[in-house]
Design a protein around this ligand. Structure first.
Ligand code: KG4
Ligand code: ZN
Length: 343
């Protein structure tokens, strides 16, 4: 079964072709980062308009890369939520219309299901069940994954997402939006422990099951540290702050991910979402998880952030299982992941 996947939930427009026998055949992506940079964040109306401009050319590009023609496509998968509603509707309209014109089924895919199944596109892939750490700009969740669609929530953030904390702190340090990757780069030159920030909610005794996260206090701790410095910090000081912040987030994510493995008795951890591209997080998780006889799986870095390959893959699994979305064009801004049906 050969699937066209479409992703337009936020500020990346993407199309990909996945084949259940041959694997990923082609993928094309346009990032809107430059479009939103002046505003310090994503402007939903600009995002929707740009998706309209870019999506069909990207679909053509993905088809060409996959050496495929519309008549080779057996189904269309699109991100139906969660995300920016206007942006989602662009993808839903185009996907649903192409499927109608080509007389093939369509399926609406949950964006986070796409992220957490993205490691399945790699040669080194996990087997079910596994624990997934989803760390993106909008979400920070630990899930138990028993199969496609069989997800149970183990813990999640009570306030900011990890990526959001990276982006807000990057802004405080004078970096352009979205600053996560730039902050990580800045931290490379920083010294550890010059600034020691809290590891929020990691002390087990105070926090019940202890798998939830809270990152908004960390951003406040950086604000306080900046105020204490008084004058405008120089490049060295900002690098130390970036390092202190990154270490605190990474430590916290690692503590919770390892705790989730302990509590579920599982050995395999999948890390998905944009923050999964962070190399310090990758190194530390690999060390800690392997030390207890487990293994960590990631998508390749370009599939950690938003892309259509993961949507084509997840949609393919659902279409193979017989799932179909009706002709009605619909998308949802909010959609809890554990409400999905197992296939
Ligand atoms: O999954 P994603 O592309 O979009 C959402 O669905 O949210 O994740 C984007 C997030 C942004 O907050 C970005 O700053 C963060 O991932 N990010 C990083 C790194 N690369 C991207 N955060 C830390 N270190 C990185 N290397
Ligand atoms: Zn995402």
């Amino acid at each position: 079964m050969r699937i066209l996947g479409i992703e337009t939930s936020c500020d990346e427009t993407a199309a990909a072709i996945y084949d259940s026998d041959a694997g990923l055949l082609g993928h094309a992506l346009h990032s809107q980062v430059a479009l939103h940079a002046d505003y310090g964040g994503v402007v939903p109306e600009l995002a929707s308009r740009d998706h309209i401009r870019k999506l069909l050319p990207l679909v053509r590009e993905a088809l060409a890369l996959a050496d495929s023609k519309p008549e080779h496509i057996d189904g269309v998968a699109y991100t139906a939520g969660p995300g920016l509603i206007g942006a989602l509707l662009v993808g839903a309209c185009v996907a649903r219309s192409l499927a109608y014109a080509w007389d093939v089924p369509a399926v609406g895919v949950h964006h986070l299901e796409g992220h957490l199944l993205a490691p399945m596109l790699e040669a080194e892939r996990p087997g079910f069940p596994f624990v997934a750490l989803l760390v993106s700009g909008g979400h920070t969740q630990l899930m138990r994954v028993d199969g496609v669609g069989a997800y149970s929530m183990l813990g999640e953030t009570v306030d900011d997402a990890a990526g959001e904390a990276f982006d807000k702190t990057a802004k405080l340090l004078g970096l352009p939006y979205p600053g996560g990757a730039a902050l990580a780069k800045m931290a490379e030159a920083g010294r550890p422990d010059v600034f020691r920030f809290p590891r929020p909610m990691t002390r087990r005794e105070n926090n019940g099951p202890g798998l939830d996260f809270s990152f908004s206090g960390l951003k406040t701790a950086v604000v306080v540290a900046l105020k204490k410095l008084g004058a405008e910090p120089d490049a060295g000081m900002r690098a130390d702050l970036a390092r202190g912040f990154e270490d605190a987030v990474v430590d916290t994510l690692v503590i919770k991910a390892v705790r989730a493995l302990e509590e579920t008795g599982l050995n395999e951890l999948v890390v998905a979402g944009g923050v999964g591209a962070n190399s310090r997080l990758r190194a530390m998780l690999a060390e800690r998880v392997r030390a207890r006889g487990g293994e960590v799986y990631y998508p390749r870095p370009e599939f950690c952030t938003d892309n259509a390959a993961m949507i084509a893959y997840a949609g393919c699994q659902r279409l193979l299982a017989g799932e179909r979305t009706s002709l009605e064009i619909d998308a949802v801004a909010r959609w809890p992941l554990d409400e999905l049906l197992a296939v």
